[in-house]
Design a protein around this ligand. Sequence first.
Ligand SMILES: Nc1ncnc2c1ncn2[C@@H]1O[C@H](COP(=O)(O)OP(=O)(O)OP(=O)(O)O)[C@@H](O)[C@H]1O
Length: 258
Amino acid sequence: MNREPLLQVRQLTKLHAPGKGCREVSFDLYPGEVLGIVGESGSGKSTLLSCLSARLAPDSGSILYRTDAGETVDLYQLSEARQRQLQRTEWGIVHQHARDGLRMGVSGGANIGERLMATGERHYGQLRATAARWMRDVELDVGRIDDRPTTYSGGMQQRLQIARNLVTHPRLVFMDEPTGGLDVSVQARLLDLLRQLVTELGLAVVIVTHDLAVARLLAQRLIVMRRSQVVESGLTDQVLDDPQHAYTQLLVSSVLTA
Ligand SMILES: Nc1ncnc2c1ncn2[C@@H]1O[C@H](COP(=O)(O)OP(=O)(O)OP(=O)(O)O)[C@@H](O)[C@H]1O
């Protein structure tokens, strides 16, 4: 495995107001690694994820990203066009609400094909065949390929969003509560699917979740956030089985007693 970090995050700070956002966050993310960001509502998880994925400029600190071409770039020194290009080609962004990550006005197949076109594929037959294959891979009925996502259920929309993001074989995927807002049984099946895809494709993932079971299932390493700061980090099993910080202990015990 390539041991150079994909992401090097240093002293990253973005505050919307005092105590609201993320403050002085530092970590490395390696290829193929899944990092979970956990913490209560309002602790700054989504703010951090937005900064990491070049959607929200930080107040201070830096994010170095190692590109597919092997060069290390400072994310917020890049032009906006180059940031957008990374988002479309080397990264995936899976939103909690599939509507935020899909184009609701075009068909399911086009939602997948469009991402491929951004990486240069132009052949209609190829685009359609790949879209159909990905629909099968995420267990969607290929017969629905020409239907708009507005006609899909919430779980189906989330599967489509995942296919749209993974079809280009991104190196790094950002996920914000990807199973939030879905029925428990739909959640469980989607989690299984995500875990399988992440392993098969060797994806590096940063996943925000308030659900420790999701973190345990997907993430090798965890960052625990409270009131905009990281209070604990480490291997998932260590953090969840032997939490050191009083806040993490509270988080873990509140799940056990729920
Ligand atoms: N654009 C904004 N303007 C002002 N305040 C904001 C903005 N975005 C987030 N905040 C505030 O910053 C804090 C951190 O929000 P953030 O969404 O990052 O937390 P979170 O841990 O992801 O929470 P949740 O799990 O509820 O999504 C919250 O108090 C939120 O109200």
